[in-house]
Design a protein around this ligand. Structure first.
Ligand SMILES: NC(=O)c1ccc[n+]([C@@H]2O[C@H](COP(=O)([O-])OP(=O)(O)OC[C@H]3O[C@@H](n4cnc5c(N)ncnc54)[C@H](O)[C@@H]3O)[C@@H](O)[C@H]2O)c1
Length: 315
């Protein structure tokens, strides 16, 4: 199927990710069907879609008319067959559990037209495991968003041995068409690209804290106020190209051999989990979290993403 043949998109699972994914396709001009298990979940999803679209209109990334037109293109139903019966593309965003996703993919395979591409927003399950539950592995892949989907453009398209080039090309063109930034992961592997990079950085951050080189707060300050600011504008290959590969070689020779190569998650994290100190959700982790501190941190993070989205819009 070519991107011009895509008219109907279905989103399965209308939680944190699903409602934002559905909204973006609707704003992109597609007719969107949304399915979840209960009427209550769908009522919540509809309310979340409305508040997200209001936020986008308020910050100016869409107009009031675009918001109204987008909302009209979304329909909600607990009847899976009704929602996917005319789907060209399905994006699955149900709970992260292989025991839920695999039977769902088998069911989607049975209910969807032959042409339909089935994509999963899974963060950790490999696409081959989902493709194997269907009779159409060439039309199954992972399309991994980042949260919040309406403010972060990236979608990682993860291939597996059985997916066709046509499916990947169609999904790449589709996401590009609605203003997302698709990046192709050529071979499936845990963490895809984004989470591997985040964990590589965090492994080193934990090693620095464990060795008493810096506190968690100072590590966060280095990232937030230093090199982290560049990352909204340039990736590591661009940043280092600006420095010059000779500089990279010279500094890399001094640093790389000293980096952590720990082959398991630091005991610092295991100790916190065993103590029940889970961070913001329990009020304590590496630091104490008051309700006011949580509110302020979440507001700061959200506001920064909004500012970056507005600036990107201005080009
Ligand atoms: N939250 C994130 O930051 C994030 C980021 C990227 C990817 N993801 C992935 O997106 C997926 C959804 O995550 P979320 O955070 O939106 O979860 P969520 O719990 O907010 O939403 C999941 C929804 O799926 C519904 N659901 C469960 N089983 C279902 C079924 N069989 N049929 C239909 N609906 C069903 C639930 O009722 C719920 O509304 C997961 O695979 C997750 O790994 C999450």
């Amino acid at each position: 199927m070519n991107v011009d043949d895509v008219h109907h998109v279905s989103v399965i699972g209308a939680g944190l990710m699903g409602h934002g994914i559905a909204l973006e396709f609707a704003l992109g001009g597609y007719s969107v069907g949304v399915h979840d298990l209960t009427d209550q979940k769908l009522t919540d999803a509809e309310r979340n879609v409305r508040s997200t679209v209001a936020l986008l209109a308020e910050i100016g990334t869409i107009s009031g008319e675009q918001a109204a037109a987008g909302l009209k293109r979304i329909r909600f139903s607990t009847d899976l067959a009704e929602i996917v019966g005319d789907a060209d593309v399905v994006i699955e965003a149900v709970s992260e559990d292989i025991k839920v996703k695999r039977p769902l993919f088998a069911e989607l395979d049975a209910l969807c037209p032959d042409r339909t591409i089935l994509a999963s927003n899974t963060s950790t399950i490999l696409p081959s495991a989902l493709a194997a539950a269907t009779g159409r592995p060439d039309r199954v892949l992972v399309a991994h968003y980042f949260n919040p989907p309406h403010l972060l453009p990236l979608v990682e398209l993860v291939r597996h041995a059985g997916v066709s080039d046509q499916t990947v090309a169609t999904m790449h063109a589709l996401f590009t068409k609605i203003g997302k930034a698709p990046a192709i992961v050529q071979k499936e592997l845990p963490g895809f690209i984004g989470n591997r990079l985040q964990f590589a950085l965090f492994r080193e951050a934990l090693a620095l804290v464990e060795a008493g080189i810096a506190t968690p707060e100072d590590v966060d300050t280095v990232v937030k106020t230093g090199f982290g600011r560049r990352y909204a504008a340039a990736g590591p290959f661009e940043i280092w190209a600006a420095a010059g590969w000779d500089i990279v070689l010279a500094s890399g020779e001094n640093v790389v051999a000293n980096l952590s190569t720990a082959g398991e998650v630091s005991h610092l994290i295991r100790d916190k989990v065993e103590a029940g100190d889970l961070g913001m959700k329990t009020g304590k982790g590496f630091v104490e979290w008051t309700p006011e501190g949580i509110e302020a941190a979440k507001r700061r993070m959200g506001q920064m993403l909004i500012t970056i989205a507005q600036r990107s819009q201005e080009g």
